[in-house]
Write a protein that binds this ligand. Structure first.
Ligand code: ADP
Ligand code: ZN
Length: 737
């Protein structure tokens, strides 16, 4: 009968607080359960992280736990994991714990969820959406989203898709266009793809060797981290599936993490066809569905989960394996508190639960590679494609040598155009990749030289010709394209640079007979559209697939024999020390989509920087060459993985306030600087977002004690501030923007 409970709260406090447990709750509380407690004059929810018979705190001063909430308790391993994560990522334990439950399980339980439905005919709503375009773009967006999703649509989903608050929805209801509705959780169930087949192949020797090494660790119940460095098409997924069989044979459970973007029906289907009980967690699910999947895992009705980043918190017991596929992906880092990296946290969880962890990639992150080289992780190599398929050949096309159009390099080179034409003739498929959506990233006035910027962000608005709108990719604001430059009113602004829409437009003009599909977050609002396009490509109904990152990852289409990268340089000049690594990884991934079947693949990189290291090495498929020189560069500048980086961002409505607070933080760190160095404060490259100025401070810790010292100094800083000013602490940031 524990009389005291230690409760972690999501407030900027390092330690859990002790409360007394009233008699009637003594049986009800267990570690990992959620409770209601008083804090100051407020009442808050928190998580019980420990129960004690005694306390050193003066018992008379203690307040009591008010109630236990219905939310299922977390297993002990997750308490430990979140504690380590809080420590590692400098955030309150309560904040890390909060991430472990799906949102809807934290609310009062309900059989239905809030929905919003049509109150008029669909056609009427469509014309209404057009009318609202300019007057009320947010409302127009909501209408379009509900039309897309179908009636009734979950309110949550509509808000997430459109990035708006509830207000525009309420207005639409008030005007009689939409109406509130309740949606049954059961109806919400999304159909999982069962079309994909994953035949069980005879393993090739490299796969066999990899599987055997991991199996050995599984059998021994030993934590060991493996870096599975396998070329694109080397059969990494088959390795995961085999290892998974072993885990299940032993009655243990497994977590497979994949980047959100490659949680395609294709990938998910491959797991489902071999393990029908798999739980799937991704952002396309509604909250209710996510909760259902989570509960299936918690109740041991499912033992394997395939999911994005947050599936790391799956409440499985008796964990036998964690796989992180495409571990180099920056989307494994969460951008809100807790700002954890799922790869690093997976290794933490594996070590807590004595489970092996497999980090798979064709282009391992510098972090994983450095540790594999130093012997901390075990390196498993699969350099060849399975089935004797050859890796594609890459041709670099130097766009500086192309005949300019109006003084600018053309969108497509002669060579790529000819190659596309050839493929169309023999009915092979083509993918055209450009890591930028919209028609053009910037509208520019040739008279005064100004670009059209978002009024709330320090960033140009992109031109989306399909929607006929300018959109800010940072705050989702949109507006109509002005006839004349808003600054000088002298001439109409022109589109500068290109995005996927322009590529699609070009293809349709140049090859009117070809069937073209575009895949980016604008066209793929619905998960079903994703599935539709993918299966059209698969059946050969699409000749040319144009897309962003969405087509770069994980897709396996044997009839694609030509991949064109419209511009290999889009990410090269980001003010970020990871720009080279990211460019190399993306180019290698895209190149890997070509020639995955019996037909040989050809890849074209169009570039203005043919001499840049990442572009050149990616073209030579030379991972080791790239990573070796990249590691040298990082070592010289003590960037990760040599030393750790912490970024502190202060956001405020007033620039002066942000700068002042950032200066205080930097001075405080500097006064203690020992084995770390402090850079800044300086304006963040993205200096204003959603009307908030952003000032940042960077800390480089050169040693482990240095990092520990920084960590201590930053204690309790994350999440401080008020409505006008916010302090964010980002340990191991993946973006310095
Ligand atoms: P990766 O994830 O490394 O890019 P995949 O796992 O997608 O590679 O495998 C590429 C293709 O090879 C898939 O179509 C898969 O079904 C097939 N494959 C995998 N292993 C084998 C094998 N041992 N023999 C024949 N085909 C295989
Ligand atoms: Zn904006």
């Amino acid at each position: 009968m524990a009389a005291y409970a230690r409760v972690a709260l999501s407030v900027p406090l390092r330690d859990a607080l002790t409360y007394s447990v009233p008699k009637h709750l003594q049986d009800a509380l267990v570690p990992g359960c959620r409770v209601q407690v008083p804090l100051g004059r407020r009442s808050m929810t928190g998580v019980v992280v420990g129960l004690d018979d005694d306390t050193e705190v003066d018992a008379k001063k203690l307040k009591s736990v008010l109630a236990r909430l219905e939310t299922p308790a977390l297993p002990p391993a997750l308490l430990e994991l979140t504690r380590c994560m809080a420590e590692e990522y400098a955030c309150p334990w309560g904040v890390a714990l909060d991430a472990a439950w799906p949102a809807s399980l934290k609310r009062r339980s309900a059989k239905t969820v809030a929905g919003i439905a049509f109150a008029r005919e669909e056609g009427e709503l469509e014309s209404e959406a057009l009318l609202l375009e300019d007057k009320a773009p947010k409302r127009a967006r909501v209408l379009r989203a509900v039309l897309e999703l179908g009636s009734p649509a979950p309110v949550q989903l509509v808000m997430r898709r459109t990035g708006v608050s509830k207000a525009p929805l309420a207005t639409l209801v008030k005007h009689g266009l939409l109406q509130w509705a309740r949606i049954d959780q059961e109806d919400e169930l999304l159909e999982q793809s069962r079309h994909e087949r994953a035949e069980r192949h005879e393993l090739v020797p490299a796969q066999r060797a990899a599987v055997d090494r991991v199996k050995e660790a599984i059998a021994a119940g030993r934590h060991e981290t493996f870096v599975l460095h396998g070329a694109t098409g080397s059969g990494k997924t088959e390795v995961y599936l085999r290892v998974l069989e072993e885990v299940r044979k032993l009655g243990r459970s497994a977590i497979i993490l994949v980047p959100e973007i490659s949680l395609t029906p294709q990938t998910v289907g491959r797991f489902l066809s071999r393990f029908p009980e798999v739980a799937v967690l991704h952002s396309g699910l509604t909250d209710a569905e996510r909760a259902r999947q989570w509960l299936r895992l918690a109740r041991s009705q499912a033992h394997v989960v395939v999911g994005a980043r947050s599936a790391l918190f799956a409440p499985v017991r008796n964990l036998g394996l964690i796989v992180v596929d495409e571990e180099h992906e920056s989307s494994f880092k969460q951008q809100q508190a807790p700002r954890y990296h799922a790869r690093e946290s997976a290794v933490m969880r594996g070590s807590i639960e004595n489970a092996p962890v497999v980090l798979g990639s064709a282009t391992p992150s510098v972090e994983a590679w450095a540790r594999a080289k130093s012997g901390r992780y075990t390196l498993l190599e699969m350099p060849k494609r399975v089935g004797g398929g050859e890796l594609p050949r890459v041709v670099l096309v130097d766009m500086r040598h192309e005949k300019p159009i109006k003084g600018n390099p053309p969108l497509m080179s002669k060579q790529l155009t000819n190659l596309i034409e050839e493929r169309l003739k023999v009915r092979e498929q083509v993918m055209l990749f450009l890591n930028r959506r919209g028609f053009a990233p910037v509208l520019y006035c040739s008279a005064c030289g100004e670009t059209i910027k978002c009024k709330d962000c320090d960033a140009p608005m992109a031109w989306h010709s399909a929607r006929g709108r300018l959109a800010c990719h940072h705050c989702m604001a949109d507006m109509r394209r002005p006839e004349l430059c808003p600054t000088c009113k002298a001439s109409p602004p022109v589109a500068l640079g290109s995005g996927t829409e322009r590529v699609e437009d070009w293809v349709r003009r140049r090859f009117p007979e070809a069937v073209v599909a575009r895949m980016d977050s604008d066209t793929m609002l619905k998960r079903e559209s994703y599935e539709k396009v993918l299966s059209a490509v698969r059946c050969g109904d699409v000749d040319i697939l144009v897309g962003t990152q969405m087509i770069a990852k994980g897709l396996d289409f044997p009839n694609v024999t030509l991949v064109g990268v419209v511009s290999a340089d889009t990410g090269l000049f980001q003010p970020d020390f990871r720009a080279a690594e990211r460019t190399f990884q993306t180019l290698s991934q895209v190149a890997g989509r070509a020639g995955r079947g019996k037909l040989k693949g050809l890849v074209v990189f169009q570039t203005l920087c043919a001499q840049s290291d990442p572009v050149m090495r990616a073209a030579q498929l030379d991972y080791e060459g790239f990573i070796t020189s990249e590691l040298d560069a990082r070592r010289t500048l003590s960037y990760p993985p040599f030393g750790r980086l912490v970024r502190i961002v202060v956001e405020a409505r007033q620039l002066a306030a942000a700068a002042k607070r950032a200066r205080e933080i930097a001075d405080n760190l500097r006064s203690a600087a020992a084995e770390f160095s402090v850079l800044g404060p300086a304006a963040a490259p993205l200096s204003r977002v959603r009307s908030r100025f952003r000032v940042h401070v960077l800390v480089k810790a050169h040693t482990v004690p240095g990092f520990a010292a920084v960590r201590r100094l930053l204690d309790g800083l994350e999440g401080t501030g008020d409505r006008t000013l916010r302090v964010l602490v980002d340990v191991d940031p993946v973006s310095l923007m």
